[in-house]
Each structure stands twice: as structure tokens, then as C-alpha cells.
Design a protein around this ligand. Sequence first.
Ligand SMILES: Cc1cc2nc3c(=O)[nH]c(=O)nc-3n(C[C@H](O)[C@H](O)[C@H](O)COP(=O)(O)OP(=O)(O)OC[C@H]3O[C@@H](n4cnc5c(N)ncnc54)[C@H](O)[C@@H]3O)c2cc1C
Length: 396
Amino acid sequence: MENSGDQFDVIIVGAGVMGSSTAYQTAKRGLKTLLVEQFDLLHHRGSSHGESRTIRATYSQHYYYPLVMESYHLWQQAEAEIGYKVYFKANHFDMGSDDDSNLLAIIDNCRRYSVPHQILRRHEVTEKFSGRIDIPDNWIGVSNEFGGVIKPTKAVAMFQALAHKNGAVLRDNTEVTDIKRDNVRGGVVVSTADGGSFWGKKCVVTVGAWMKKLVKTVSGLELPIQPVETYVCYWRIKEGHEGKYAIGGDFPTFTSHGKLLVYGTPTLEYPGLIKAAAHAGIPCDPDKRQWGPGVLLDSLKEWVEGRFLGMVDSSEPAMKQCCMYSLTPEEDFVIDFLGGEFEKDVVMGGGFSGHGFKMGPVVGRILADMVVHGEAKGVEMRYFSLARFKDNPEAS
Ligand SMILES: Cc1cc2nc3c(=O)[nH]c(=O)nc-3n(C[C@H](O)[C@H](O)[C@H](O)COP(=O)(O)OP(=O)(O)OC[C@H]3O[C@@H](n4cnc5c(N)ncnc54)[C@H](O)[C@@H]3O)c2cc1C
């Protein structure tokens, strides 16, 4: 089928990592695919831009482990198809108080899935990382081999290139303003801000922080997905210690659990700087951003000072980069059919809550399965359903 004109097997709205990996999956399966983006492709106004995202298998919720493991495989498969790397291997290290419920659940899940791991007390952490990470006496660390860094902008570009290579049409600077059922032909009509429209047998909505707004317009449904503005911080490693934190050695990607959740990556993108950021932010309107509100900076400085034993300058971040989360109440994804008059013709993937990037490839696979087969194979979808908000009104 020729890939031009205004009629498609599937129209995907939003070209972040989720939309782009879905377009790659549907195009590869032979569906006439359109990927529509409101801004320039690879813009920096959503959630999928920048230089590093952590991939790790350790989750306190058991249902993410199989998705991460499938993603490792799919990242590598896509790399083999495009011919360059977007994933860089590292070990992963979780740390926190020895009674932290998330950390204890992570240990349980390592056992449940037979993930080889080491549980370390303070002196063992010092020994393992040759003094580059320190934890308090009442903390423990959990080390395992399933960590790593993904380069986000490069990875999104990869999926877009692969989608295009497989025949997808990519249309940027085209804002989708509405999606309506086509009562005559079946399928849906997708309208755009420039007055145009496209017809699709199916439609996938992957609009990140704009999900609440667009779904409200399209179906009247009020989703509990809160856009949040945040930033990542990079810290300068003190002279003489720079090489000790570089990727490719034994320094891991890391997560520190507790009231302040800190995550970070070894040095990769900016020589001499290490990333350590707080998983926190400020509710925002994605169309009226402040571009960099304070995110627990004082607590983060203290954390950097304490954990890196003075080898990293904690006085001020050397660099900050803005980004947005789309938070659900329990920080689980929303992947479901929109339902109502659309039945199974509109599928949505959103609410990735600041931890979705690593699973971009598997989310694309799931959304494409839903388009093609009306269900996703091998996934416990109830954790990501819209129904959970209806079953638990507290959550919304
Ligand atoms: C600071 C930060 C750090 C993170 N760290 C990690 C990490 O270490 N590991 C990890 O796994 N995840 C991490 N994440 C989360 C991850 O980046 C996101 O979950 C993921 O990028 C979400 O992708 P998305 O495609 O849903 O959203 P987006 O990338 O925002 O894509 C949505 C797209 O839809 C477009 N759009 C919106 N409305 C319309 C419309 N009406 N018409 C057309 N287009 C539209 C938007 O312009 C945008 O391009 C982090 C996120 C942030 C912000």
C-alpha cells in the first residue's frame, strides 16, 4: 500500500519515545502508519529529550521486571537494525534505609525472578566502590548487573528513522485538536490545528504531559494524570577523580530510596560531570511552563555531599536541564483502550510517571499489539488499565 494521502491503518499522535517506538512497530508489521507531532521532531518541550535515561530491572512492583527485560532485548534489536548504539551497559545499585519498604520489595523481586544480586552493608559498599559511594550505618545497598544508560534523543531519532524506513509517514509541527468517530466509514477522523484532517482505522494517543487535556477534549474523560515540571542536575566531579565515575568501568547507575528519591548515572554525556537528580517536581500546565522551578535542591546537595564523600562538588549543580513528568496517583502507567464510543479503535499510552523511557520499546510493542490484535500478549494489563481509576475513585 502506498504511504501517502490522508488515510491510514493507524494514526499515532505524539512523537516522543512512546509514539515513535509504536510507529516503528506498526510500520514494521506492514500497517500504513502516520506519526503526528505538534512541535518539531526531537524538540525539548516534552519528556523524551536529553542525553541519558537509566534502565534498571529493580522495581518494587513485580510487574515491571518482565517489561524491562523484554525492553533490553528490544533496545538491542533496534540498535542492530539501525547500526548504532543508544544503550550503554552498567551495573545498577539501589540504596536506602534497611527498613525502607521499596528497597525490601526490590530484594523480594530479585529473589522472585532469580536476579543475581548482592546485599551490602556500609563497609561492603565502601569496599565495592573503592570509597566512591558511602551510605549511612543503618542503610543497605543492593547491587545487580541489570543497569545502564539510554541516550534519549538519539533513541527517539532511531525509532523515527526505523519507522520511516518501514514506510511510516512522519508529520511534525501539526497539532492534533480532536479525534472523532467516523460513523459512516468506521474508524476515526483526526483533526489538526491547521484545519486539516486524517482518517485512521485505528488511532494511538501517546501525548505525554498533554494526555489529560487531549483525552478530556476527545472523550470528556478526566484522567488523573498530572503534568509535573522537573529538572535533572549534573554535578562537577573534583579534579583528579573524574575517571572514577565514568561509564564502562564499575561505577553503576543508581537509585537512592526514601523520602527523597535520588537517581543518577555514571559520567557519559558530559566529561567531568555526574548526573544525580531528585524524582520530584512541581505541577504545571505543559503549555505554560516556568522552565526550571526549584526541585528539593537543598536536600539534593546534602545527598550529593554525603554519598560521594566530597569527591563531587555539591555547592551548586554545574548544569540543569528541564523536563516534564506525567504522574499518575500510584505512578503506574496507563495503557488501555479509550473505550466509550471509540471501543477498541483508540488506544492510549500515558502516565509514564518519570520512569517510562527504559520501557519505550516494549510499550511500542504492546500498543502495536493492541492495534493489531485487540489485546497485548503476555502482559498483565490490569495494572495499567483505566478501570483502576473507576474501581478506586480515591486514585483520581
Ligand atoms: C527529568 C526526567 C528524567 C527521567 N529519567 C528517566 C529514567 O532515568 N529512566 C526512565 O525509564 N525514564 C525516565 N524518565 C521518564 C521518561 O523520559 C518518560 O516516561 C518518557 O519520555 C515519556 O514519553 P512519552 O512519549 O509518553 O512523552 P513525550 O516524550 O512528552 O512525548 C509526547 C509527545 O506528544 C506530543 N503532543 C502532545 N500533544 C499533542 C497533540 N495534541 N498533537 C500532536 N502531538 C502532541 C508532544 O509534543 C510530545 O512530543 C524521565 C523523565 C524526566 C522528565
